[in-house]
Write a protein that binds this ligand. Structure first.
Ligand code: HEM
Length: 442
């Protein structure tokens, strides 16, 4: 199996803080991979939790005592307001209840044709390419096609290129966790870059508002309904409350922000891993070819592609797009025998969890067969867990399997020596400089 090197360095406190500006992953010392918890103080007290029992405690059993951290809110509020992703308590609960039916199995399955169409368009672009291709840029186009179609049906008044550009600018400019955040400088102190992107966000909200207004005026029924239709109709089953225009817009933008780059990253890392392990690639390609023949994969193929699905899971293990989440402790507690004080930052470093030596056999090896037996529930958390688990998990898996199976059946991906992507944590775990591969038709 291919050895995938880990991008972490043991660093001193000052170097750690400086490095964190560039790459938060570097604050995970190598040592952490042999331990269930690592605590320290860089401006504020922090604990990195990699013990499955403690993760269950934070994410499920005592979820109310560990709300999303102040840093999380600070970064995401300008983009997605107080939508489901950042809200807490009753305000979170009702938004989640109202949106849940839109992500039920039958709705996700009904969105399959949009995903298949994106896979087909992606094949056309690969077929037209000559020379090395940045497959990350390509998969971002594919998943953006999907998310803009299922949120706004690509429809009236929604300038998808403009929105895409604004999200990209926002993430690139501001989502780098600032040194000021790490050392605990209060939120009201302006961060460089964040002010600039604030204007980009205002523009994005304006575009989304326009799209919602034109949809509300257009009573045409779509089959299947898209996420905007479903949210316009969504009501809290307990209270009957429906979403205001602002809540509707913030949640749709949340789906776009949370739902397209994460899935694109999963696909790009999966293609990179396949390129480095031709044996796995050929096995997955022949599974896809025998199920699909000449056609594009559909939602109905999901159960018939077990190896492709394991490749997706193994990519999510080695390169979890949400590589690091954080919570703020509200009350005194103990985790793994450590004292947790109110206000402490509790970091959930999924990248390190998924490579922890105490939990995984040959953690740095790319080996999809490890998923033939399900891993410990709280050792593999690409979508989080508990009540705040990703609402789009089955949507994302279906999309990733449809696109990956279709691509592997038609193309062979080959690594380019000396052009390994470097994973960097910039809100999500991104390949710095892209994922460049040679692509050949089969
Ligand atoms: C939440 C990962 C795709 C919408 C989350 C969380 C993770 C995650 C780890 C939990 C965050 C936390 O607990 O702080 C991923 C990954 C994806 C993906 C790795 C792709 C491979 C999607 C898609 C959508 C989506 C496709 C929507 C179309 C959301 C929303 C939440 C969320 C709305 C907040 C849920 C809540 O707090 O109730 N995601 N996600 N995600 N995700 Fe995803």
């Amino acid at each position: 199996p291919v050895k995938v090197t880990l991008q972490t360095k043991p660093l001193g406190v000052w170097q750690t803080a400086m490095a964190a500006r560039r790459n938060v992953l570097e604050i995970v010392p190598r040592l952490a991979l042999h331990q269930p918890i690592v605590s320290g103080k860089v401006g504020m007290r922090f604990h990195m939790v990699m013990d499955p029992e403690s993760l269950r405690h934070v994410l499920k059993d005592r979820v109310e005592d560990f709300p999303k951290s102040i840093t999380t809110k600070l970064i995401l509020n300008p983009a997605i307001g107080d939508s489901m992703f950042v809200a807490e308590g009753a305000h979170w609960r009702w938004q989640r209840r109202a949106a849940a039916p839109a992500f039920a199995h039958r709705h996700v399955q009904a969105l399959g044709p949009v995903m298949s169409a994106a896979a087909e368009a992606s094949c056309r672009r690969f077929a037209a390419a000559s020379g090395p291709v940045d497959v990350f840029e390509e998969t971002v186009s594919a998943t953006f096609d999907v998310i803009s179609d299922v949120t706004f049906s690509g429809g009236t008044g929604f300038d998808r290129d403009a929105v895409h550009h604004m999200i990209d600018t926002y993430i690139a400019q501001t989502a780098k966790v600032s040194l000021l955040d790490i050392v605990g400088v209060p939120a009201w102190v302006p961060r460089p870059g964040r002010l600039f992107s604030g204007t980009k966000m205002a523009e994005m909200r304006r575009i989304a508002d326009q799209a919602i207004a034109s949809r509300a005026a257009d009573a045409k029924t779509r089959t299947p309904p898209d996420l905007l239709d479903l949210l316009l109709d969504a009501a809290d089953p307990e209270t009957g409350r429906t979403m205001t225009r602002t809540e509707l817009r913030d949640n749709l933008l949340t789906f776009i922000v949370a739902g397209h780059e994460t899935t694109a990253l999963t696909l790009a890392w999966a293609l990179y891993l396949c390129a480095f392990d031709p044996t796995v690639q050929e096995a997955a390609a022949s599974e896809a070819q025998s199920v699909l023949g000449d056609r594009i994969a559909t939602a109905e193929d999901m159960g018939k592609l077990p190896l492709v699905t394991r490749v997706v899971n193994e990519a999510l293990r080695l390169y979890p797009p949400a590589a690091l989440l954080s919570r703020t402790a509200l009350v005194a507690d103990r985790l793994c025998g450590r004292e947790i004080l109110p206000g402490d930052l509790v970091i959930l470093p999924f990248y390190a969890l998924h490579r922890n030596r105490l939990l995984w056999d040959r953690p740095d090896a790319f080996d999809p067969s490890r998923f033939m037996t399900p891993p410990d529930r709280y050792a593999f958390l690409p979508f989080g867990a508990g009540p705040r688990i990703c609402i789009g998990a089955s949507f994302a898996l279906q999309e990733a399997v449809i696109i990956l199976a279709t691509l592997l059946a038609r193309f062979r991906f080959a690594a380019i020596p000396g052009r390994d992507p470097e994973p960097r944590m910039i809100l999500t775990l991104r390949p710095h400089g892209g994922v460049w591969l040679n692509v050949h038709r089969r």
